[in-house]
Design a protein around this ligand. Structure first.
Ligand code: ZN
Length: 79
């Protein structure tokens, strides 16, 4: 998973490391156990949003990929 990347990007996004970060879903102070959310419920909400977004995006994207002509891979000449 990309959990590590997510964590890093969120860390650099914060201006002050001492400032208490809040749940992006409901705005409540986040819990260490469910970071960056305040509870399992909010984590599920975010996951649901992410999945629905990914589904919408991947729909037309995969369609376009199927329409795109597959380029025949040219084997590199060996001299
Ligand atoms: Zn929350």
């Amino acid at each position: 998973m990309s959990e590590t990347v997510n964590k890093n990007s969120r860390k650099t996004n914060g201006k002050s490391s001492s400032r208490p970060l809040r749940c992006p879903i409901c705005g409540a102070p986040r819990q260490q156990e469910f970071r960056p959310f305040c509870s399992k419920r909010c984590a599920d909400v975010d996951l649901g949003r992410w999945l629905s977004e990914a589904y919408v995006v991947s729909g037309p994207a995969s369609e376009a990929a199927e329409e795109a002509p597959s380029m025949p891979q040219l084997a590199p000449k060996e001299d």
